[in-house]
Design a protein around this ligand. Structure first.
Ligand code: SAH
Length: 222
């Protein structure tokens, strides 16, 4: 693994988190290296920084949470990035997964519906030195047609099925990973676009907040 280049005192905690992810079965070396090099403490509220390197979901305000690092690692392993891809993320939240993506892909577009979270994520991403990332405010279920096609799409909130615009904006051979609501609970599913079809592969049980928007669930507050 590459030596750490992040100028802070959390390197030991990050190394321990990487070991924990390895124990949980994460094998993709690029994903593990990204976790080792990304300052997660910048993406959690200051009062929770001492817990930033636990494999735990933590509150980030506006009734949202930063997901478990192991969840991000599973998402990232599933989309299998080589470094040259253009990636769309729906549900920026804290921006931590966006920061991991910035190390694993060429260009990252991330859409968040809550403007206050997008603002915080942008500042943290800037502080973390992520320059190949654009955070947009809006309904991510619509994707961003002007920037398509995407080689990979990660949806960080759960829906009944992948939003149609996102499937249309996926490149041929592209991968979309998203939590899908089933009778038995939520399941992380990887969809691979092959010509006109979609190949589906289940990646196990997960728990995410609902995907709201035109091609998601209705927002009860609007
Ligand atoms: N990967 C993020 C996950 C945050 S939780 C992290 O670990 O920090 C999921 C996020 O999806 C929330 O911030 C929520 O506001 C956002 N979200 C839900 N529906 C959305 C939509 N239609 N478009 C954009 N963001 C959405």
């Amino acid at each position: 693994m590459e030596p750490l280049r992040v100028g802070d005192s959390y390197g030991g905690y990050r190394a321990r988190l990487v070991e924990e992810l390895r124990d949980l079965g994460i094998r993709d070396m690029a994903v593990l290296a990204a976790v080792a090099q990304t300052p997660r403490h910048l993406f959690v509220p200051e009062a929770l920084r001492n817990r930033a390197y636990e494999n735990a979901a933590l509150p980030i305000g506006k009734h949202q949470t930063i997901s478990h690092p192991s969840t991000h690692a599973r998402n990232l392993e599933a989309v299998g990035l080589q470094g040259r891809e253009r990636v769309l993320e729906v549900g920026t939240g804290s921006g931590y997964q966006t920061a991991l993506l910035s190390r694993l892909a060429d260009q990252v577009i991330s859409i968040e519906r809550i403007a206050a979270l997008a603002d915080l994520a942008r500042s943290a991403l800037q502080e973390a030195g992520c320059v190949n990332v654009t955070v947009l405010v809006g309904d991510g279920t619509l994707g961003r047609r002007s920037l398509a096609p995407f080689d990979a799409i990660i949806v960080s909130a759960a829906g009944a099925s992948p939003p149609k615009p996102l499937i249309e904006q996926l490149a041929d051979g592209g991968r979309l990973v998203m939590p899908i609501c089933r009778d038995s609970g939520q399941e992380l599913v990887k969809f691979t676009r092959t010509g006109d079809g979609l190949v589906e592969q289940s990646m196990g049980h997960v728990q995410f907040v609902p995907l709201l928007g035109k091609h998601g669930f209705e927002d009860e507050n609007s």
